[in-house]
Write a protein that binds this ligand. Structure first.
Ligand code: ZN
Length: 580
């Protein structure tokens, strides 16, 4: 194994060096090795030192020597690199001083994940896997007023649904003493101070770019004040720890940012154990350092925070990870932010966080969007800097590709109309494939009653009404052909043979069927205005086999569209419409 890896490592190190002005990048080489020899993956940790020494050796050679060795020993590697396949991500920039690629997804447990979160999670996860690195799930739980126990589990569940696995889980609230320790070091070095200005004054001065007298406190005084904060001598809002950065910065967030503040509210997991909590920026910087995160992938709206986190790294003398800010994701016609969704739920416009009109992961799942479709879409968008507005059509087109081969077929007749067929042959059932392309999945049986040559079925009203010329020949899919003779309260028709013809329509037996309600979610907002009919219900009849479905099943109602079964109760099937 080792000898084999050594050879492959030498090849890719040389090739990577030749492509990059004589300097091979360890992570890029590891990635190529994994692509060529996936079985190496479980042993990667042990092999990294070997691969690293190969890369170092290669980097000592001149570019000419590298090229000569590559030509001599690995002529096959000289071919031009193939264009990256669709769905694969562009390579990560090298992170100096980091041995393996470590990424993290760091949500605050204060709500349900939406498509934007999914982007950060999927990209971070994918990169860690691509380089045989490590992916961390970290809960940024240091703002107890906003956080709830239920959200920790909800976030884990949502990530599992997306098919993501993490190598390590971390709660920032487990590291509070450590946060205080780093803050003490910053204060001792004179890079921060305890500010005892009232919150309002602090904010007003920050707006005006004015320094307060607290800024001139000596380190020993600041350390004493921090101890007093921790002991409970100050109430919430009476004292904070701030970094000494630049009160006149163009970036308001960088004007002596707060790193520790008092929050008098029980923590969802730690109760009343702590009263001084780190801010998001501080917690992030410290944890990323502790966990040896090499690459941070986050949305571009974090840009104003970058300076703060960089300052913390500088004050502490830490080596910063590589931060990649990618474009924001928004969803056509539906808000993503908690701030906008919460009032809609309170007002009863939306049923809950899994309302199918929402682009929360739960909402998308309920609507029949397959997790794989979400992943493929995100990987295609990738970490590019441009913001992306995802339309439902785009998401649906990804979903269609994923669910079409998976979804079994059933008949659903919207707005049913009774059709009486005369001259029908004697039969008691027909069998139709569950999926036309996968005969191995078997068939479903539709029971039908023919009495004295008369068969009764329901057909979609829209398919038989408004036809100009009668008689008109139609095929009842999987059953037989009919000539429609008269369309009134009921449809009169005559048996017309059994050869395959068009048009074909779906039907259900008049005696054996089941009531089906299809909820059709539309856009919640149209031109920024809340739409009045964003959720409509289509009533109809389904074949009785629908009763054997289970909530969560995604099926195709033939000629109607893909739906997800939401509930089956009292012999009524409730489904949610996904798309055509
Ligand atoms: Zn002050």
């Amino acid at each position: 194994m080792e000898a084999e890896v050594l050879d492959v490592a030498r090849k890719h190190a040389l090739r990577n060096a030749v492509l990059h002005e004589g300097r091979a990048d360890l992570n890029a080489v590891v990635r190529k090795i994994l692509a060529e020899k996936p079985k190496v993956k479980p042993k990667l940790r042990e092999l990294i030192p070997i691969i690293r020494s190969v890369v170092e050796e290669v980097n000592k050679l001149s570019l000419e020597e590298q090229r000569r060795l590559l030509e001599e020993r690995y002529p096959e590697a000289l071919e031009r690199p193939k264009k990256e396949e669709r769905g694969t991500l562009p390579p990560l920039p090298p992170a100096e001083g980091f041995e393996i690629v470590v990424t993290r997804f760091a949500p605050e447990p204060n709500g349900y994940l939406h498509l934007g979160h999914a982007k950060a999670a999927v990209l971070s996860h994918e990169y860690a896997r691509m380089y045989g690195g490590k992916f961390i799930l970290r809960f940024e739980d240091t703002n107890p007023r906003a956080e709830k126990v239920e959200f920790y589990e909800a976030i884990r569940d949502d990530l599992k649904v997306l098919g993501l696995t993490w190598d390590e889980e971390k709660l920032v609230s487990d590291d509070m003493e450590l946060m205080y320790g780093v803050a003490r070091e910053i204060l001792a070095k004179g890079y921060g101070y305890v500010c005892t200005c009232p919150t309002k004054v602090l904010r007003a001065r920050r707006r005006r770019g004015e320094e307060c007298s607290c800024r001139r406190r000596e380190p020993h005084e600041n350390l004493e004040l921090l101890d007093k904060m921790l002991e409970g001598a100050y109430a919430e809002g009476q004292a904070v720890v701030r970094l000494k950065t630049d009160m006149r910065s163009e970036n308001y967030a960088f004007r002596d940012p707060v790193i520790l503040r008092i929050i008098e509210h029980p923590h969802p997991l730690k109760g009343d154990k702590y009263r001084v909590y780190p801010t998001y920026d501080f917690a992030c910087a410290v944890e990323d350092h502790l966990m040896r995160v090499s690459h941070i992938l986050r949305s571009i709206e974090f840009t104003t925070r970058v300076e703060i986190q960089e300052a913390i790294y500088k004050f502490m003398g830490w080596r910063p990870p590589v931060a990649i800010q990618f474009g924001r994701l928004s969803m056509e016609g539906t808000p993503l932010s908690k701030r906008r969704i919460t009032p809609l739920i309170k007002e009863g416009v939306l049923s809950s966080w899994d309302d199918p009109r929402l682009a929360t992961l739960r909402g998308l799942m309920r609507r029949g969007i397959h997790p794989e479709a979400i992943k493929r879409l995100i990987l295609d968008i990738g970490p590019s800097k441009s913001n992306a507005l995802v339309t439902w059509e785009l998401l649906n087109s990804y979903n269609r590709k994923v669910v079409d081969p998976l979804a079994n077929r059933f008949f659903f007749v919207p707005r049913p109309k009774l059709m009486v067929v005369e001259g029908a042959p004697e039969l008691s059932e027909v069998r139709i494939k569950l999926h036309p392309n996968f005969p191995e999945r078997g068939e479903r049986t539709l029971r039908i009653e023919v009495e004295e040559g008369v068969a009764k079925v329901y057909v979609p009203g829209d398919d038989v009404e408004g036809t100009a010329k009668l008689p008109r020949r139609l095929r009842l899919m999987g059953l037989f052909n009919v000539d429609v003779l008269e369309v009134g309260e009921i449809v009169r028709a005559k048996y017309a043979g059994n050869e395959l013809i068009d048009p074909k329509i779906q039907w259900v037996p008049a005696k054996y069927n089941v009531r089906v309600l299809v909820e059709v979610p539309g856009k919640l907002f149209l031109n920024e205005e809340l739409s009045k009919d964003s959720l409509t219900v289509v009533e109809g009849l389904g074949e009785e086999n629908c009763l054997s479905l289970r909530p969560g099943d995604i099926v195709q109602f033939e000629r109607y569209g893909f739906v997800r079964v939401d509930e089956i109760k009292d012999n009524v099937v409730k489904a949610i419409y996904a798309h055509k």
